[in-house]
Design a protein around this ligand. Structure first.
Ligand code: GLV
Length: 330
């Protein structure tokens, strides 16, 4: 029997490609980054499986891929899947949870520490040669805020939220509030996390961490009125998706001193536009959407995505079908 054809939209480690080649007839984009939209659509005429990292999997894509049976994303988030269109066509969608939880949680703690202790701002200050005698600076000019024993509010207590909680509580002695669609009794027991309404989390926390996945329900989930509830000394950290926040409202909250600072791995438009005011704010730490970007974790994600795709195309049960499309494999 001939092997199913798959298209891979970015270069993946050779070990992962070798694994895929045992089961599939593979074609991989070998340019920088990922192919253009048209370049991708042109590849899809005879493929049964797609290994991707992003870019909409929508009706247009499905129309170009009449044989497509499975799309495997090398990401935990799958807001790029049009779930309705995929369900209607019977195309299975998979993602890569678990393997990135600790890596993303490390970055979130890094964003908290960098913004509160002004690490990136003061790093630039030192490297630009401004740390010198007679510069008219006082000790207070370098003061930051404590992370240890501060109050952390997590919005979206999933697996990554729990990994953040573990570090915050066991490493930094922080007090923990959380808001989630459903209560997480284990997190309450393990980390003393207190379940609160969204408003309480926003009003009382020194650090508000947003980890909620992007879906039509969570688009622009945090808006002007929410920033207005936060303490003027609070920091806002987002490592979920830029579209979960009304970015204009965040910019205004920072400009007017409604909140003290922010740590952002994600933006409404990515790559972030050079004229975005957030890039000119010393109290905002910015990263290029790299929450899971360590060599080991990205390897593990690519391998898990490959295993998902092989299982979906060879009659096995893919380990990580997205929950909204589970019915397609039952
Ligand atoms: O943003 C990264 C991911 O969804 O894995």
């Amino acid at each position: 029997m001939s092997k199913p054809k798959i298209y891979i939209t970015k270069r993946i480690p050779s070990e992962v490609l070798q694994y895929l080649e045992q089961y599939c007839d593979c074609r991989m984009w070998d340019g920088q980054g990922t192919p253009s939209r048209q370049g991708l659509l042109d590849e899809l005429g005879s493929v049964e499986g797609l290994l991707t990292t992003g870019g909409p999997v929508n009706q247009e894509l499905l129309d170009h891929a009449p044989k497509l049976r499975a799309v495997s994303s090398i990401s935990v988030g799958y807001n790029h899947f049009d779930l309705e269109a995929m369900r209607a066509r019977g195309v299975v969608g998979t993602h890569t949870p678990y393997v990135l939880d600790d890596t993303v949680a490390d970055l979130v703690l890094g964003l908290m520490l960098s913004s509160a202790r002004r690490i990136t701002e003061l790093d630039a200050f030192v490297k630009e040669g401004n740390w010198r005698k007679g510069a008219g600076l006082s000790e207070e000019d370098f003061f930051g805020m404590d992370v240890h024993h501060a109050k952390l509010g997590i919005i979206g207590m999933g697996r990554i939220g729990e990994a953040i909680a573990r570090r915050a509580v066991h490493g930094f002695g922080m007090e923990l509030l959380y808001y989630n669609r459903s209560r997480r009794p284990e997190a309450e027991e393990k980390y003393g996390a207190q379940y609160c309404g969204l408003e309480t989390v926003l009003r009382e926390s020194d650090f508000v961490v947003l980890m909620t996945p992007l879906s039509p329900k969570t688009e622009r989930y945090i808006r002007k009125e929410h920033f207005a509830m936060m303490k003027p000394t609070a920091f806002f950290i987002n490592a979920s998706r830029g579209q979960t926040v009304d970015e204009a409202a965040l910019i205004e909250a920072l400009q007017t001193g409604q909140i003290r600072g922010a740590g952002l791995d994600v933006f409404e438009v990515e790559p972030v536009q050079p004229d975005n005011p957030l890039l000119r704010m010393p109290n905002v730490v910015t990263m290029p959407h790299i929450g899971s970007a360590t060599a080991k974790t990205r390897f593990d994600m690519a391998m898990l995505a490959a295993q998902n795709l092989v299982a979906a195309l060879t009659g096995g049960r893919p380990p990580h079908v997205v929950k909204e499309l589970q019915s397609l494999v039952e």
